[in-house]
Design a binder for this molecule. Structure first.
Ligand SMILES: Nc1ncnc2c1ncn2[C@@H]1O[C@H](COP(=O)(O)OP(=O)(O)O)[C@@H](O)[C@H]1O
Ligand SMILES: [Mg+2]
Length: 303
């Protein structure tokens, strides 16, 4: 197969995309690599229909990577993940709106284009978590105990672009990070950046049926193929606080081979059987029906 990988400069030496590309080469496939942030792009000629079996995106938010992938999709190319699905999760404000409207357990989410607007959030929603809508890797995530803490934070929040705010979901200080690749779901526990003093070492954990079903539902709702989600075990059950396209797959055994195999299957037009993949662009209802089927399968497969 012939693939085009969009890999940002900051992932250039990262094990995940580099190892996946190496594996694909070793299996005899051709992989062209584009560095969206490091090159000048002649956009009018960047995509030639039929030049690749699939385009694959592993980039940060905000760069031109998604624009290039969308250009490939517009020329009819298969993309991994689906370009529209990536849009749906890279903007955390949009992700919350889609997720809640499709029945995912996600916190109430406010969006504020200017940090001063956060002052309108009722006191009953505190403690509050504030984070950039296009954030990643725990950057600029803040916990506000009460409204009187907001003024001191305003200068720090300025320049972060669109912000989102959510009530803090009470939790034990660790995230369950679920990684989904093909039909496989893997879970690790990692210390929450909001609990830096929690004495916790990252480790793989078995996936409960409930969280496995939730992970399958996330794939169906957004239409993602390679993805991860951050789950907190709150007082009322698991809550999804973040969804990521093409995550690190840290701690997933033999992640590079698994991701490479999944990319090949997707490039060949095969979709994982677990996830129904109606996606958020389809009419409401289709995603839930797909997810309901997926949940039954995922729950059966869970550890
Ligand atoms: N509403 C929330 N309640 C409690 N903790 C949260 C909430 N939102 C985020 N967190 C914590 O902050 C971390 C980072 O937030 P997240 O939305 O995952 O942003 P990032 O894209 O930076 O990973 C999460 O992994 C979780 O530990
Ligand atoms: Mg996260």
């Amino acid at each position: 197969m012939k693939l085009c990988f969009l890999v940002e400069e900051n992932y250039r030496y990262d094990g995940m995309p580099v190892e996946v590309i190496r594996r694909l080469h070793a299996w005899g496939h051709q992989v062209d690599v584009l560095r969206p942030g490091g090159s000048l792009h002649r956009m009018t000629e960047v995509v030639r229909a039929g030049s690749h079996d699939a385009w694959v995106l592993k980039t940060v938010s905000g760069g031109p990577g998604l624009t290039l992938l969308e250009a490939a999709a517009s020329a009819g190319m298969t993309t991994v993940n689906d370009a529209r699905s990536i849009r749906g999760v890279r903007d955390k404000a949009l992700a919350a709106a889609i997720g809640r409207s499709r029945g995912l357990p996600m916190p109430t989410t406010y969006a504020a284009a200017r940090p001063e607007l956060l002052a309108e959030i009722p006191e009953s929603d505190y403690p509050l978590v504030v984070k950039p809508a296009d954030g990643s890797s725990g950057r600029a995530v803040h916990l506000l105990a009460a409204p009187d803490r907001l003024p001191a934070l305003l200068p720090v929040l300025r320049g972060e672009g669109l912000l989102i705010a959510q009530p803090y979901v009470p939790n034990a200080g660790v995230d369950i990070k679920v990684y989904c690749v093909g039909d496989d779901f893997h879970a690790t526990e990692r210390r929450s950046p909001l609990h830096p003093d929690h004495p916790h070492r990252e480790r793989r954990v078995p996936l409960s049926r409930e969280v496995a079903a939730l992970a399958a539902q996330v794939g169906a709702v957004y239409g993602l193929d390679l993805y991860g989600l951050d789950v907190l075990l709150g007082p009322d059950g698991p809550v999804v606080v973040d969804v990521n396209d093409f995550p690190s797959f840290r701690q997933v055994p033999d992640a590079a081979s698994r991701v490479a195999s999944a990319v090949l299957a997707l490039a060949a037009g095969e979709r994982p059987s677990v996830v129904g993949h109606a996606g958020w662009a389809s009419p409401p209802g289709a995603g839930e029906r797909a997810a309901a089927g997926a949940m039954a399968v995922a729950a059966g497969d869970a550890l």
